[in-house]
Design a protein around this ligand. Structure first.
Ligand SMILES: C[S@@+](CC[C@H](N)C(=O)[O-])C[C@H]1O[C@@H](n2cnc3c(N)ncnc32)[C@H](O)[C@@H]1O
Length: 338
C-alpha cells in the first residue's frame, strides 16, 4: 500500500483553462482617433469618460472605491450582498450573466453562488485590466464558463455568437448608466432589452440624488485620487493620439449641477497651453487659461426618475433594494414583452 500523500499532494488538480477572450475594441483605430480629435476641437472641448479607463485609469478607479468619500461602490456592494439570495430567488439559476463595464468583476462574483450562471460574460473597454481580472476570477470559479469581451458598448453593443442566447441577465452596476444623458441612457436600455430577449432581465445600480456636499466630496476627495484619475485621461489621449498634453497645465474640477442633477468633471487649464497630436494627419488645439475640457457627467436619479427611465425603455421593475440610508438603489427589471 502506498503511503498517504501529504496534504499538498492530496489537493485536487483542477484544470483552469483561460477564459475565452474576444477583443473588439482596437485602440489605434481611426474611429477612436476621430472621436477624440472631434471632442478636442469642439468649441467646448469634451472627452468621453470611457477614455478615463486605460489600465492605469482602471487601477486609479479601484483606488477611488477605497476612499471614505466614495460611497457608491461599497454601498452598492452592500446591497448586492445583502440581497444576493433575493436576487437569485427572482432570477433562478442557470442564466447567461452579462456584466457591462465589469472592471475587476468583483460585484458579479458576489452573485455567483446564488445565481450559478451557465455563462459569465464580462465586457469592458479597459481590455488588459479585464483580461487580468477575468483570468483571476476564472481560477476562483473554474466551473463557470467565462467569456471576456474587450468592447466599447457606448454606441452599439455587439455580442459575439458565443454568448448564450437564453435567459440573458444584463448586469450594469456602478451607476455607470449615469455617465449618459437621459436620452442616451434610454437608447442603451432599449438596446439591452432587445438583446436580452423575452426571458431577459436587467440588474442595474443607480446612484440617487442627495445633498450636494456628499456628492461633491465623492468626486473631489482630499487625497486627490479622483484628480489623478481625471488627469490620467490626458496620458491616455497622449498615447492614443500621439499628443503632448502636459498634465501639470490642467487641474481637476468637479461640480454638482443642480439643474441637470449631475456631477460634472472637467480639466481646467491653469495657463495658456497648446496641444499638438500626430494622429490622422496631425492637429493642434490652443487652450486659454481657465478653459475647460469636459471629461465626465454622472447623473444622479430620483427614485421616480430611475423608475421612469426603466419603464419607458423596455423594462418592468420586478424588485428594488436600497441601502439603509437610501443613498443608492439596485433595480431588478424584466424585459417587457409587448
Ligand atoms: C464606474 S466603473 C465600474 C466598475 C465596476 N463595474 C463596478 O461597479 O465597480 C466603469 C467601468 O465601465 C468600463 N467602461 C466605461 N465605459 C465603457 C464603454 N463605453 N464600454 C465598455 N466599458 C466601459 C470602465 O472601464 C470601468 O471598468
Amino acid at each position: 500500500m502506498n503511503a498517504a500523500p501529504s496534504t499538498l499532494q492530496a489537493l485536487p488538480r483542477v484544470a483552469h483553462p483561460l477564459p475565452l477572450f474576444v477583443q473588439q475594441y482596437q485602440e489605434n483605430s481611426e474611429l477612436i482617433c476621430a472621436e477624440l480629435i472631434g471632442g478636442l476641437q469642439a468649441p467646448e472641448a469634451i472627452l468621453s469618460p470611457k477614455f478615463l479607463y486605460d489600465r492605469l485609469g482602471s487601477k486609479l478607479f479601484e483606488a477611488i472605491t477605497e476612499l471614505p468619500e466614495y460611497y457608491l461602490t461599497r454601498t452598492e456592494g452592500w446591497i448586492l450582498q445583502a440581497h444576493s439570495q433575493d436576487i437569485a430567488n427572482s432570477i433562478g439559476t442557470g442564466c447567461t450573466f452579462i456584466d457591462l463595464g465589469a472592471g475587476n468583476c468583483e460585484k458579479a462574483a458576489h452573485l455567483f453562488e446564488g445565481l450559478r450562471p451557465k455563462q459569465y460574460v464580462a465586457i469592458d473597454i479597459s481590455v488588459e485590466y479585464l483580461r487580468t481580472n477575468l483570468a483571476r476570477l476564472n481560477h476562483q470559479w473554474p466551473t463557470i464558463p467565462m467569456l471576456g469581451l474587450g468592447a466599447d458598448f457606448s454606441s452599439k453593443l455587439e455580442l459575439v455568437s458565443t454568448v448564450c442566447s437564453s435567459k440573458r441577465v444584463f448586469f450594469y452596476p456602478g451607476s455607470s448608466i449615469g455617465n449618459f444623458s437621459i436620452e442616451q441612457a434610454g437608447l442603451i436600455l432599449q438596446q439591452l432589452a432587445s438583446q436580452a430577449g423575452e426571458d431577459g432581465w436587467l440588474l442595474i445600480g443607480m446612484d440617487l440624488v442627495k445633498n450636494s456636499a456628499a456628492l461633491q466630496a465623492a468626486y473631489d476627495d482630499p487625497l486627490q485620487v479622483t484628480a489623478a484619475f481625471n488627469r490620467n485621461i490626458l496620458l491616455n489621449v497622449n498615447r492614443l493620439l500621439g499628443a503632448d498634453f502636459v498634465l501639470s497645465h490642467f487641474k481637476h474640477v468637479a461640480v454638482f449641477n443642480q439643474q441637470f442633477s449631475r456631477i460634472e468633471m472637467y480639466l481646467q487649464a491653469l495657463q495658456e497651453t497648446t496641444v499638438r497630436w500626430s494622429a490622422l494627419g496631425s492637429g493642434i488645439r490652443y487652450f486659454r487659461r481657465g478653459e475647460r475640457i469636459h471629461t465626465e457627467n454622472s447623473y444622479k436619479y430620483s427614485f421616480k426618475g430611475a423608475e421612469e427611465l426603466l419603464n419607458n425603455n423596455g423594462f418592468s421593475i420586478a424588485h428594488y433594494w436600497f441601502d439603509p440610508h437610501k443613498l443608492f438603489c439596485v433595480f431588478l427589471a424584466k424585459v417587457r414583452v409587448n
